[in-house]
Write a new protein. Structure first.
Lengths: 114, 115
């Protein structure tokens, strides 16, 4: 079956540091890839997505590139802020027998200190 | 405002007392889903629905029921809750069940405690 593996957290950084959160996946066919963010006490919301190989998704200074050769979708940001403190989920959607199958990683907690 | 709503947001109940968590979306989405979120386990899908009157089991369906009589509503039913169902529950929806590119929209969550 499909799977998404994220680096374990928490990731603790100082403000303005560079962020990388690793994500690798296993899936059949050609999945779409997503990063969701969950702020404290809230539901998940889409951060960015990429729907085919070599696509780069970007939003709010975050970027991730769909790498089919390494089956990866690592999240990066050049300069984090305290307000970026949240849990980040890597996810994919694929199809199997006509069904839409979403698969989530376990989430990576990011803590940014002033 | 486009949104997914869930009620209640917080619920404390006792073992065996039937409960329903409601979920509603106002975006005319085809696909709806329930997840539970537990520490160290991330999000696990309970049930999903590709459209009205079409539901199917996710990864952890035991102890739960769902129905999809209308497009906008997708309630989660616990017929006889047990303490291992204490968790944070999220409802989500997506525009189409046939297009992989559409993201899911999540509700704010329901924190359930079963004693």
């Amino acid at each position: 079956g499909n799977s998404v593996t994220q680096m374990e957290g928490p990731v603790t950084l100082s403000e303005e540091a560079f962020l990388t959160i690793n994500c690798t996946y296993t899936a059949t066919g050609y999945p779409s890839l997503f990063w969701y963010v969950q702020y404290p006490g809230e539901g998940l919301q889409l951060l960015l997505k990429a729907t085919k190989a070599d696509d780069k998704g970007s939003n709010k200074g975050f970027e991730a590139t769909y790498r089919k050769e390494t089956t990866s979708f690592h999240l990066e940001k050049g300069s984090v802020q305290v307000s970026d403190s949240a849990v980040y989920f890597c996810a994919l959607t694929s199809s199997s027998g006509g069904s839409y199958i979403p698969t989530f990683g376990r989430g990576t907690s990011l803590i940014v200190h002033p | 405002e486009a949104q997914v709503t869930q009620n209640p947001r917080y619920l404390i109940t006792v073992t065996g007392k039937k409960l329903t968590v409601t979920c509603s979306q106002n975006m005319n989405h085809e696909y709806m889903s329930w997840y539970r979120q537990d520490p160290g386990l991330g999000l696990r899908q309970i049930y999903y629905s590709m459209n009205v009157e079409v539901t199917d089991k996710g990864d952890v369906p035991e102890g739960y029921k769902v129905s999809r009589k209308e497009k906008r509503n997708f309630p989660l039913i616990l017929e006889s809750p047990s303490p291992n169902q204490t968790s944070l529950y999220f409802c989500a929806s997506s525009l189409s069940a046939r297009d992989l590119n559409y993201e899911q929209y999540f509700g704010p969550g329901t924190r359930l405690t079963v004693t």
